[in-house]
Design a binder for this molecule. Sequence first.
Ligand SMILES: [Zn+2]
Length: 95
Amino acid sequence: MTAEQKLFIIFSDLIALEFRCKACGSSVRRPFDTWMQSPAMCSNCQTIWVSDGSEREKFLRSVVHTLKKLAESDEEAKYELRAEIQTRRTQEDGK
Ligand SMILES: [Zn+2]
Protein backbone atom coordinates (compact mmCIF):
# COMPACT_ATOMS: atom_id res chain seq x y z
CA MET A 1 0.00 0.00 0.00
CA THR A 2 1.20 3.49 -0.77
CA ALA A 3 0.20 6.16 1.69
CA GLU A 4 0.46 9.86 1.13
CA GLN A 5 0.55 12.17 4.08
CA LYS A 6 -0.05 15.91 3.92
CA LEU A 7 1.39 18.23 6.50
CA PHE A 8 0.47 21.88 6.89
CA ILE A 9 1.85 24.77 8.89
CA ILE A 10 -0.54 27.51 9.91
CA PHE A 11 1.17 30.78 9.04
CA SER A 12 0.29 32.43 12.34
CA ASP A 13 2.06 29.56 14.14
CA LEU A 14 5.37 30.54 12.56
CA ILE A 15 7.31 32.37 15.27
CA ALA A 16 10.98 32.13 14.40
CA LEU A 17 13.54 31.08 11.84
CA GLU A 18 16.54 28.93 12.56
CA PHE A 19 19.85 29.44 10.78
CA ARG A 20 21.83 26.22 10.63
CA CYS A 21 25.46 26.36 9.52
CA LYS A 22 26.19 24.05 6.60
CA ALA A 23 29.84 23.95 7.60
CA CYS A 24 29.58 22.85 11.24
CA GLY A 25 25.90 22.18 11.99
CA SER A 26 25.65 24.84 14.68
CA SER A 27 22.39 26.79 14.71
CA VAL A 28 20.92 30.03 15.96
CA ARG A 29 17.25 30.98 16.32
CA ARG A 30 15.79 34.38 15.41
CA PRO A 31 12.24 35.08 16.69
CA PHE A 32 10.13 37.26 14.38
CA ASP A 33 8.97 39.59 17.16
CA THR A 34 12.52 40.74 17.94
CA TRP A 35 14.00 40.31 14.44
CA MET A 36 16.49 43.01 13.57
CA GLN A 37 18.72 41.32 11.02
CA SER A 38 20.06 37.94 10.03
CA PRO A 39 23.12 36.67 11.87
CA ALA A 40 26.16 37.70 9.84
CA MET A 41 28.21 34.63 10.63
CA CYS A 42 28.24 31.32 12.43
CA SER A 43 29.03 31.97 16.09
CA ASN A 44 30.75 28.58 16.28
CA CYS A 45 33.03 28.37 13.22
CA GLN A 46 32.85 32.01 12.01
CA THR A 47 31.74 31.05 8.48
CA ILE A 48 30.26 34.19 6.90
CA TRP A 49 26.52 33.65 6.35
CA VAL A 50 25.19 37.00 5.25
CA SER A 51 26.70 40.01 3.57
CA ASP A 52 24.65 43.12 4.26
CA GLY A 53 22.94 44.36 1.14
CA SER A 54 22.93 40.97 -0.56
CA GLU A 55 19.85 39.97 -2.54
CA ARG A 56 19.26 37.00 -0.24
CA GLU A 57 19.29 39.22 2.84
CA LYS A 58 16.81 41.59 1.15
CA PHE A 59 14.51 38.65 0.34
CA LEU A 60 14.78 37.32 3.88
CA ARG A 61 13.93 40.70 5.43
CA SER A 62 10.95 40.92 3.10
CA VAL A 63 9.77 37.42 4.06
CA VAL A 64 10.05 38.17 7.79
CA HIS A 65 8.21 41.48 7.34
CA THR A 66 5.47 39.73 5.35
CA LEU A 67 5.08 36.90 7.88
CA LYS A 68 4.78 39.41 10.74
CA LYS A 69 2.13 41.39 8.82
CA LEU A 70 0.20 38.21 8.02
CA ALA A 71 0.22 37.19 11.69
CA GLU A 72 -0.96 40.68 12.73
CA SER A 73 -3.89 40.54 10.31
CA ASP A 74 -4.83 36.96 11.17
CA GLU A 75 -7.68 37.91 13.54
CA GLU A 76 -9.61 39.79 10.86
CA ALA A 77 -9.13 37.16 8.14
CA LYS A 78 -12.09 34.91 7.32
CA TYR A 79 -9.83 32.01 6.44
CA GLU A 80 -6.89 30.18 7.94
CA LEU A 81 -3.74 30.42 5.87
CA ARG A 82 -1.75 27.20 5.84
CA ALA A 83 1.40 26.20 4.00
CA GLU A 84 1.71 22.63 2.81
CA ILE A 85 4.98 20.88 3.49
CA GLN A 86 6.31 18.40 0.99
CA THR A 87 6.57 14.94 2.46
CA ARG A 88 7.94 11.71 1.14
CA ARG A 89 5.64 8.86 0.27
CA THR A 90 5.98 5.85 2.51
CA GLN A 91 5.68 2.32 1.27
CA GLU A 92 3.90 0.01 3.66
CA ASP A 93 3.76 -3.73 3.32
CA GLY A 94 0.68 -5.78 4.09
CA LYS A 95 -2.92 -5.79 2.99
ZN1 LIG B 1 29.52 26.98 11.61
